[in-house]
Design a protein around this ligand. Structure first.
Ligand code: NAD
Length: 517
């Protein structure tokens, strides 16, 4: 394990004293408040599982207060001009940038993610706000759809107060990804962050308040999924739920929201294939494969957790992955040298560790890693399973750690069949220098997002989301507005069409009136 004392540690010590000792509260209607019940829960450091902070534990009553506040604020926020929303969202982005180091350090302390990735995750949060700030003035734009005798035009209006429920992996960035377009669209928000990573959501609420977002437009309720999260999905004043998390939780939310007919947007799990053909640029492919599974502790929905390698290059390519995996620096997440930090929580650590035993039982080989690192905290070694088959649990289930399963394939048809033979369909990565094969394969791959000869490089206007059990709906660009807004059609008659006359005592000779439902 790596261990050096850096300026991040001094900042971390100060922030723990200044920010965490007093505990975290909800933010409702522009006020910091405790839970109505007075209940709290504790969170712990992934580094050594020592006490980190105490957090207000929200329940249905707290969610109701927040939903009422969001409902009240919606009356005015929806009328605020796009230009003014733009100004406030840019101000939020400015403040995020100014506090990016603080956000990065606190996120690292809270989640165990390596600091080297957290600074860019914070600035990415600012970019998300800027991107949607600039689109706020045009969010309501629609189409002109003329017809004989009519002008039809459409416009979009914000759907109302929305619930945002986020997971614990890169929570700050993911929250901004949902909250920025919702606010730009004119919606108000109740945010329920993950109970294992509540800190950066608190910072974000503070920043938005400081940026001049009116009270009640953004509300934050901490708490557990089964209490606060469930209540949010069931609340009648909440019109839609934007959710990022596990596939099984998505199913619960769909059931919970059925009574109040919630609109849902789900970004769920993945078991994403990276397919390496023998004609690919193998050096670049190696860098991308290693990056996409071992960065962010492998706790990444778009991680390429299955590498499918053409059989002629399988042994050599997987040997190169194993060598890199063994060299990865596992250690203190605040150390700038660290590449893989501890997993977020002992429960998640146990889950990831359980796959090492499963891999052995299933007959796969542990070519690298496969053990815990150190005696304290939630550290696991970057792991590679070789000799695996696609029907093994290690190839089918989302492990969500720095753990890669390598499977050989014979030809293009075999690779496509293996790639698609999972319940998930979030992302796919393809390495080949055969242009026509690249297009053919990408079209056949069952995934919402495909990168050819690249790792995940995100362009904000493009659609982000999955198919099959990986999700419903798309984020990004205008796609987010489709979710947070209702489209309305307005038909204006030019006064020339004929209206059927009923009750005039006789049937028309030829009735050409069109009757629609
Ligand atoms: P999780 O589903 O356990 O929890 C996510 C959130 O849902 C938390 O805030 C939790 O409190 C809440 N929740 C739990 N039960 C609930 C319920 N019954 N009603 C309402 N809310 C409830 O997920 P996690 O373990 O925090 O996150 C990891 C998962 O997130 C992985 O499966 C990962 O692939 C997925 N993820 C997907 C994307 C994507 O874009 N597709 C991005 C990041 C993470």
């Amino acid at each position: 394990m790596t261990q050096t004392i850096s300026p991040n540690h001094d900042l971390a010590r100060r922030l723990r004293e200044e920010r965490l000792i007093g505990g975290l509260q909800h933010f409702v209607g522009g006020q910091w408040v405790a839970s109505s019940s007075g209940e709290t829960f504790d969170t712990h450091s992934p580094v050594d599982n020592a006490f980190l902070t105490q957090v207000a534990s929200g329940d249905a009553q707290d969610i109701d207060r927040a939903a009422q506040a969001a409902h009240e604020a919606f009356r005015t926020w929806r009328e605020v001009s796009g230009a003014e929303r733009r100004r406030i969202l840019h101000r939020i982005a400015d403040l995020i940038e100014a506090r990016a180091q603080e956000i990065a350090v606190l996120e690292s302390i809270d989640t165990g993610q390596a600091i080297r990735f957290m600074k860019s995750a914070a600035t990415r949060g600012a970019e998300n706000f800027r991107f949607y700030a600039d689109r706020a003035p045009g969010a309501g734009d629609g189409q002109s759809l003329p017809a004989p005798g009519f002008i039809n035009y459409t416009l979009r209006q914000p759907i109302g107060p929305v619930g945002v429920i986020t997971p614990w992996n890169t929570p700050f960035m993911l929250s901004t990804w949902k909250i920025a377009p919702a606010l730009a669209a004119g919606c108000t928000v109740v945010h329920k962050p993950a109970e294992w990573s509540p800190v950066s959501a608190t910072l974000l609420a503070e920043i938005m308040d400081e940026a001049g977002l009116p009270g009640g437009v953004h509300n934050l309720v901490h708490g557990f999924g089964e209490s606060a999260g469930k209540a949010l999905t069931e609340h009648p004043l909440i019109k839609a739920i934007a959710f990022v998390g596990e596939t099984t939780t998505g199913s619960h939310i769909m059931r919970q929201g059925a009574e109040t007919l919630k609109r849902v947007h789900f970004e769920l799990g993945g078991k994403n294939p990276v397919v390496v053909f023998d004609d690919a640029d193998l050096d670049r492919a190696l860098d991308a494969v290693v990056f996409m599974i071992y960065s962010l502790n492998g706790e990444r929905c778009t991680s390429s957790s299955r590498v499918l390698v053409q059989e002629g290059i399988y042994d050599e390519f997987t040997a190169r992955i194993a060598e890199r995996a063994r060299n990865i620096r596992v250690g203190d997440p605040l150390d700038p040298e660290t590449e893989v930090g501890p997993l977020v929580h002992p429960r998640h650590f146990e889950k990831v560790m359980s796959y090492f035993g499963k891999a052995r039982e299933e007959g796969a080989t542990i070519a690298a890693g496969g053990e815990r690192v150190g005696q304290a905290g939630n550290f696991v070694s970057p792991t590679l399973f070789t000799g695996a088959r696609n029907d093994m649990a290690i190839a089918q289930e989302e492990i969500f750690g720095p753990v890669l399963t390598a499977i050989p394939f014979t030809d293009e048809a075999d690779a496509l069949a293996l790639a698609n033979d999972v319940k998930y369909g979030l992302a796919g990565y393809l390495w080949t220098n055969d242009l026509t094969r690249a297009h053919r394969f990408a079209q056949g791959l069952e995934a919402g997002m495909i990168w050819v000869n690249s790792e995940n490089v995100r362009h904000l206007p493009t659609p982000f989301g999955g198919v099959k059990n990986s999700g419903i709906g798309r984020d990004g660009g205008d796609y987010s507005f489709e979710f947070y807004m209702e489209t309305k059609n307005i038909a204006i008659s030019l006064g020339t069409h004929k209206t059927a006359k009923l009750g005039v005592g006789q049937a028309p000779k030829v009735d050409k009136t069109v009757v629609e439902g």
